[in-house]
Write a protein of this length. Structure first.
Ligand SMILES: Cc1cc2nc3c(=O)[nH]c(=O)nc-3n(C[C@H](O)[C@H](O)[C@H](O)COP(=O)(O)OP(=O)(O)OC[C@H]3O[C@@H](n4cnc5c(N)ncnc54)[C@H](O)[C@@H]3O)c2cc1C
Length: 411
């Protein structure tokens, strides 16, 4: 399916700075995502935007409609270093900072938010192995994950434990130098189609301290998958339950020490929250551009919609909210890079703010398209559908509020 006006979203980002009304002086767009970046960051951004425009945007409707997991396109993205963006170079990663990563995912997301969001989860898993794995584990798993020859899934949520993730029940019983896994995970992104599963499971007593983190490979006897879930958005990536029935996993596949699994999972999610928020920024930016264009082209009451002051004000609000959200995300990314104590809370704040604001921006952009916005021929509806779930996963936005409030009230 070809979009009407839509794959242009990513391309529009590559346009030179806008002309001011008088047309004499060139001014930078007030929503320009490259504002304030270093020359090197502008380079990564331009490569990612170009990839989004050429390799992703033309296919995003078809991937959504036919539920295609675009493995080959992601492998091409990995050739540009996007398979292990913040993973260390000695195991095939790009060794970039959290801010660089946010810039890249924001840019890629303008081309296909759903595919970029999966890539962000994959990156989080590789980072967890790189950071908490021993040398043997890093060398065994990371290179083929960074090249996206293999794909990874993050397995925390269970049918009975979502927001209260620390109450998970999947058990890993130690038998000599193996663990025997029993239980199931729900809603696993990539589940069934991916090769490496980073699984949080219970090796000890109740609560977070009884949780460990194991890496399982597809093909392990006893590992199976539920049916592919039918979803509102995020259709270019499969979501399935992951089931463990007497699944034997070597102890040498455990990341970190026994009992460290919940902490590893949460550390992964700090970056994951910045990444998913960055994907929302990309969708919102693309939607603002689509709305801007539609208001200019569409005429009602004898003149372009862009002449209507109400719509002008709404567009101005969308742009303002987008820039505010981007500042929050980049501020959190810097804090995480500097390993500041307040980083986890800032990541939660950024995820809460950016995913809520960006959903409102995309939804308002759809509204500005009138009835056309509701048609699948127009890209704006896909951005709305794809980013709705960012308010739910990687910790719901209610859980984000709990984290922020706890930090304020408990010091
Ligand atoms: C498409 C998709 C992909 C996903 N991918 C993954 C993945 O790859 N890996 C993974 O591990 N998980 C994944 N998830 C799961 C996701 O992280 C959970 O859905 C999420 O954490 C919420 O859990 P839940 O659905 O069980 O909702 P619940 O925890 O049952 O919450 C229901 C509602 O109640 C609210 N709520 C719960 N407790 C409180 C409270 N104390 N105070 C206020 N409000 C509260 C929640 O915020 C929510 O609005 C995915 C989910 C989806 C939809």
């Amino acid at each position: 399916m070809a979009w009407r006006g839509a794959p242009r979203a990513a391309r529009l980002l590559l346009l030179p700075p806008l002309r001011c009304a008088a047309g004499r002086r060139r001014i930078a767009s007030c929503i320009d995502p490259s504002a304030g970046l270093t020359e090197q960051q502008k380079e990564f951004q331009s490569v990612a935007l170009d990839f989004a425009a050429k390799e992703m945007a033309p296919h995003m409707a078809e991937w959504d409609e036919k539920e295609i997991f675009p493995v080959d396109t992601m492998r091409k993205a990995a050739q540009l270093g996007f398979g292990g963006v913040y993973v260390k170079p000695d195991v095939g990663g790009s060794g970039l900072s959290r801010l660089d990563t946010s810039i890249i995912f924001e840019a890629l997301s303008t081309g296909c938010t759903s595919t970029t969001a999966y890539m962000s989860i994959h990156n989080m898993c590789v980072w967890m192995i790189d950071t908490f794995g021993n040398e043997e584990q890093r060398r065994r798993f990371c290179p083929s994950l960074c090249s996206m020859e293999q794909f990874a899934s993050y397995c925390l949520t269970e049918p009975g434990s979502g927001s209260d993730a620390a109450s998970l029940l999947t058990s890993a019983q130690r038998k000599g130098d193996t663990y025997v896994l029993n239980g199931s995970k729900a809603f696993i992104s990539g589940g069934g189609d991916t090769d490496v599963y980073v699984v949080m499971c219970r090796t000890g007593g109740p609560g977070p301290k009884g949780i460990s983190c194991l890496v399982l490979e597809k093909g392990t006897p006893g590992l199976s998958f539920g049916k592919k879930e039918r979803k509102v958005g995020w259709n270019s990536q499969p979501t399935r339950a992951v089931i463990f029935e007497d699944c034997v996993v070597p102890v040498s596949n455990r990341l970190g020490a026994e009992g460290q699994g919940f902490s590893i999972a949460m550390k992964g999610l700090n970056g994951g929250r910045i990444n998913i928020a960055s994907c929302s920024l990309g969708a919102a930016h693309a939607s603002v551009l689509l709305a801007q264009e539609h208001l200019t082209v569409r005429k009602q009451f004898g003149e372009p919609l862009a002449n209507n002051q109400y719509l002008q004000f709404r567009l101005a609000e969308m742009a303002t909210r987008l820039v505010a959200a981007r500042l929050m995300v980049r501020n959190a990314a810097r804090a995480l890079q500097e390993e500041r104590e307040d980083a986890p809370v800032l990541c939660s704040m950024a995820k809460l703010f950016a995913t809520d604001e960006c959903f409102e921006i995309c939804n308002q952009a759809l509204q500005m398209h009138g009835g056309y916005g509701y048609l699948k021929d127009y890209a704006v509806q896909q951005f709305v559908r794809d980013i709705r779930v960012h308010q739910i996963l990687e910790g719901t936005n209610e859980v984000m509020r709990m984290i922020v409030a706890r930090s304020l009230l408990q010091g």
